[in-house]
Every structure is written in C-alpha cells, then in structure tokens.
Design a protein around this ligand. Structure first.
Ligand SMILES: O=[N+]([O-])c1ccc(O[C@@H]2O[C@@H](CO)[C@H](O)[C@H](S[C@@H]3O[C@H](CO)[C@@H](O)[C@H](O)[C@H]3O)[C@@H]2O)cc1
Length: 605
C-alpha cells in the first residue's frame, strides 16, 4: 500500500506558522477566496460549502435551524455543514459564528445574562470573566466555536439604539471588562504578543467589535458618523482594543459607522496601518453584515468598488452574507486584473488559517456532544442571578435619608406590583434574544420574571396583587407598598435609536397613579437612562435594573434584602435630552445622577 503523502499542515506536532505556510502554498485562488467568504446559514445548503470552498458560516440575529431548536438540533446542523466543508480537496474546516452578546441569545433555553450596560454597573471584571466562561460552554453545547462578542463600544450618547451593548461611557470601565475575552477564549499564555488564542474545545474564538468608534456617532445615530479628532478617537474609542489584543482576541469586527465622514469598512489607515502594523493584531479582521455593501449610499450601489475598498483596507473575512457568488467572482476578477495583489489575499488567508489552527479546528472540527447539558445549566443561571444582583443601581431610597424604603419587608399584609415590565421575560431580556430584535412576552424562552421572583421571595402570608396598569378601583385598596416595574420593550440597532428617551407609555402615568397614593419603589427595565426627572419627586425609591435577562430572581434578592445594593452607574443619568451628549469629565456636567453614583444597602442578617 502506498504511504499516504505526508501533509505538514495536517501534523499537529508542527508549529502553527509552518502549518499555515504549508497549507497556503497548496491553495488555489478559489480556495483562498473561499476562506475569506462567510455566508448565512440559510445559504449553506448541501454542497455549497464544498463547491465554493466556503471558510465560514454564521447565524444572523435570530437565525436558527428551527424554532426552539435543541442543542442536538444545532449540533446536527453545524456538523452537517462541517462534513461538507471537510469533503474538499484540502479538507479545511469551516468556522461557524454567532452573536452570543449576553449569553447564547439566539438559542431557546440558553442562560441570558444581563446586557453589557448592566455588567458595566457591577464594576466586577472577574464576574464578567466567569460569564465568558459559561457562555463559551453554552455556545459549544450547540457545536459552535466562534462568537461575535464582546461589543466593546464606548457609548457616548444614550440615544443610540445599541447603547445597551456598551459596558460604559468611560473607556476605562470598558477596558476592565475585556476579561470576558479571557473567559470566552481562555487565558493567553504570557508574552503572547497579540496573537490569537483559543484554549481548547470548551472555549470559543471571540470578536472585539465594532472597530472603531461605533458608540460615538453624532446624536447616537446607528451606523452614523463619529466626528472626533484622532486624539479623541484614540483616547475614548480605541483603548479597549489594546486590552483585547493583549488578551489574544482572535478576531475584530469592523464597524458600520464613519469616522469624520469616511466609512470604517474602507479605512486602510485604521485597519491596516494602525491595527495590523502598529498594534500588531495577528488574528483576522471580519466585516460586519453587508458591511462593505454599506460603504456606498445606497448600499450595494457599486459592489465592485465595495470589494476593492473593503479588502484593500485590510478586511480579511467578509460577512457577505447572501450574495456570495457575486463576492467571490468580484474579488477573483480584482486579483486576476492585479487590482488587488495576491499578497493581500495571502495576508487575509494566513490570518484566518492561523486562528483555525490555533483553536484546534483541524484536529476537532466537529461538536463535542458531551457538552449538550451545558445549555441553560442551573449553575450558569445562578451566575446570571449574581450578575443581576450586582448590576442593580439604587438611585433613590426614601423621600429622606432617614426614611429608607429599601430593603422591603417580606412579611406584610398586601403589596401591589404594577407596570409593563414586571411580568415580561422578553422585555427584561431585551434585543438579541431569540430573535434579532428580541420578543416581548413570556412564551419565547425560559426564565424568571421579576413578578414571579417577588412572589417567591415574600412571606407566603403576604398577598401580592399584580396589575400592569392599575385602575382607580385597584388603587383604592390598602397596600403596605408598591413595586412599579416599567421601561422599554425589546429593540436592536437602528430600531432602538431614540431622540426623546421618555419612558414608554403608560409607564409615566402608572408611576404617577401608583406613587401618589402608595409608598412605591420604581424599577426601571431599560437599555439606558431614560427621562425620570419629572417623576423622581413622587417616587419613594428608584432602581435602575437595565436589561437583566432571564434570571429575574436577582432583582428580588436585592429588593428584599437577601443581598445589598452595590451597583454604580456606568453611564451618566441626564436630566433632559437637551443636555446630550453629556459624559463624565465634560466641562458642562449637570446630571440628575452622576457617573459612578449608586446608593448601597446592607444585606439583612
Ligand atoms: O429588514 N430590515 O429592515 C433589515 C435591516 C437591517 C438588516 O441588517 C441585518 O440585520 C441583522 C439580523 O439579520 C444582522 O444581524 C445585521 S446586524 C450585525 O450583524 C452581525 C451578525 O449578526 C452582528 O455581529 C453585528 O453586531 C451587527 O451589527 C444586520 O443589521 C436586516 C434587515
């Protein structure tokens, strides 16, 4: 029998660089460009991956194999795609990516952690690292090795629809929370000088996004224009990328926004000169969804130009995600006509292969079925509950310092719970949950609403009356106190852009109606600070709960004193939207509640 030809790139004993060099030298242009192409899962039908040598597949927001798909169904889907990819001449495994920005959001019964706006308020980087570890396990339970997380945006204007994806307006808080990358990927060995690192098949490749300045657009317009000089960009929006690279982040996603009128997806200086050559980032740079299409207005106006500008700027992998033949043909033409040099293609493919080799994808291309039980595991839910507790910020406690309302007594005669967000799991999870935009209501995934948490925490003898929008008959009853849980419905991206930031109706009237006659604590479930100045006088106690996710028990734990309040504002709480943008350190700083503010309480013995 002839000895099978020794293929150096297939030998795990070989150094990573040698394996990449060997494989790259064997690849045709079509195989190289295929590696640079990421397509949406709905396009990855039988034979497509092998026919076009596709290197990556993704789930866009809400893209699932079937409604309420099990971990096993996800594993079957990903493994089938992998089998197709491995059937190619060189057998290069594809890498499947998904947004797991607050736990494995697309997936039914996954643990949904607080969105980043709440995690910033915890000021607890080690907690956030543990969230990364748990998220990696839940993502691997579904056979997926790559997440488009964390978002390290520094949101400078809460009118931005994605502000809740940002840990803070303060770059230092965002830098501290890059511990999530080490949780997701594992700890890069010291002196790793910014090479991509993923520590085995219980870890996932991460993606620091969106590079750069996504949180700094004019009036918070999503995908808008970040108008700031280079010094300001480097001081506010860049620092967390330094930390991410030191932590060995495997990929970086380019942002839709422009910087001083120039689209980031076409910015050679920031992507190649700065990120790759100065910061020595050695993972791969991925575009956002149709990110190169949106270089032009209207989008896709001149896709040939978009390809040239995006690849020329230094983007390595294109999240196409649908028109993949147009992308492949377009890039092939550019290379054959010497408009894009082969050296640019080789740089891109080198980086992509380095990540795939480093994370062991060649040795372990298929899912580990033993991890299925990690999805929604009780231990992870307890971690999420701890995160909820630590994310709550107590902004007012009693109409005077001598009459604190919190912690609430568990044993009283009767309490009223009111508001749109008291009994609504979808609202407390927010966007990027089950679907891209998120879903209001209690029928979309499993978890604990704030109302059910209250009911299970109070003494069994305490009567709990719930009414979303209580009428005068309900309000005429006698209550020891009321808990009013109001706030925003779920949203994502541009659909969340909002210039007035008022509490959605009927929240303000519920606050007024309840609080004028009953001692009340208002719990605001929202992706950002909202207009509360007109109501604050009528409110006895006020808690910012942000978007806590599935583990609403964490809210009751603190309201009733099983744990103390410890959260600190990671965002300035404005008085009026006319003041915006207004951030800590600004010359004119006149907030309702300043950055860093948060009252504390002691846990009841
Ligand atoms: O019907 N419309 O009006 C509509 C509008 C815009 C759409 O565009 C698309 O919608 C979403 C759902 O398909 C996609 O996820 C992206 S968003 C992008 O997706 C990446 C992958 O999920 C994330 O990592 C990034 O962080 C995020 O910025 C895009 O905006 C789709 C439909």
């Amino acid at each position: 029998l002839g000895r099978a030809e020794y293929l150096r790139y297939k030998d795990p004993a070989q150094p990573i660089g040698a394996r990449v060099d060997d494989l790259l030298a064997r690849m045709t242009l079509a195989e190289k460009i295929g590696q640079m192409t990421q397509i949406e899962r709905e396009n990855a039908t039988a034979g497509v991956l092998s026919k076009y040598f596709i290197g990556s597949v993704l789930s866009g927001g809400g893209s699932v194999p079937s409604p309420q798909a099990s971990a096993q169904a996800w594993v079957s889907m990903v493994n089938a795609m992998q089998k197709d990819a491995l059937s190619t001449r060189l057998g290069i495994p594809m890498i499947y990516g998904i947004d797991a920005v607050h736990g494995h959001g697309n997936v039914y019964k996954a643990t949904i952690f607080p969105h980043n706006v709440g995690l910033g308020a915890t000021r607890d980087p080690e907690l956030v690292r543990r969230i990364g570890e748990a998220t990696a396990l839940e993502v691997r339970a579904t056979g997926i090795p790559y997440v488009f997380a964390p978002c390290i945006a520094v949101c400078r204007d809460p009118r931005w629809g994605r502000c809740y994806e940002s840990y803070s307006e303060d770059p230092k808080v965002v830098q501290n929370m890059t511990t999530i990358i080490s949780g997701l990927q594992g700890d890069a060995p010291s002196g790793f000088d910014g090479r991509p690192y993923v520590g085995g098949s219980k870890k996932v490749a991460a993606c620091a996004k969106h590079y750069v300045g996504d949180g700094g657009t004019f009036t918070g317009i999503n995908e808008g224009n970040t108008i700031i000089d280079e010094r300001g960009l480097m001081k506010i929006h860049m620092p967390a990328y330094f930390n991410s690279i030191i932590r060995g982040v495997s990929t970086i996603m380019v942002s839709y926004n422009s910087w001083n009128g120039n689209k980031m997806h076409g910015n050679h200086f920031l992507i190649t000169d700065f990120l790759k050559n100065k910061l020595k980032f050695r993972g791969f740079v991925i575009s956002d969804w149709q990110g190169i299409d949106r270089i032009t207005t209207p989008e896709h106006l001149n896709y040939s130009y978009s390809i040239e500008a995006g690849i020329g700027a230094g983007i390595d992998m294109i999240m196409v995600p649908f028109a993949y033949t147009e992308f492949i043909d377009g890039l092939t033409t550019k290379v054959k006509n010497n408009i894009i040099p082969m050296s640019r293609i080789d740089d891109a493919v080198y980086r992509i292969l380095r990540v795939k080799f480093t994370m062991g994808l060649f040795e372990n291309p298929y899912a580990d079925p033993s991890l299925a039980g990690e999805l929604g595991k009780q231990e992870h839910r307890e971690l999420a509950r701890e995160a909820v507790r630590k994310s709550l910020v107590l902004l007012k406690n009693g109409k005077s310092a001598y009459t604190p309302l919190l912690p609430l007594p568990k044993k009283v005669a009767k309490i009223l719970v009111a508001g749109s967000n008291a009994d609504n799991l979808g609202n407390q999870c927010g966007g990027w949950t089950i679907t891209w935009q998120g879903l209001t209501g209690n029928n979309n995934t499993t978890g604990t609403t704030i109302l059910s948490a209250i009911k299970s925490t109070v003494d069994p003898s305490t009567q709990v009356v719930f009414s979303e929008n209580p009428d005068s008959a309900t309000l005429s009853d006698k209550y020891d106190y009321a808990i009013v849980v109001v706030g925003e419905p779920p949203y994502a991206e541009t659909f969340g852009d909002n210039l007035n930031l008022t509490i959605p109706a009927p929240g303000p009237s519920v606050i007024q109606n309840v609080c004028k006659s009953i001692k009340c604590v208002v719990v605001l479930v929202s992706g950002r600070p909202l207009v509360v100045e007109p109501h604050i006088g009528a409110i006895d106690a006020f808690v910012a709960a942000w978007l806590p996710g599935t583990e609403g028990q964490g809210v009751a734990d603190v309201l009733f004193g099983d744990y103390g309040f410890s959260g600190k504002l990671a965002r300035t709480w404005f008085k009026s939207v006319d003041q915006l943008p207004m951030n800590v350190g600004d010359k004119h700083y006149d907030p309702l509640f300043p950055f860093g503010f948060g009252l504390t309480t002691e846990a009841k013995k």
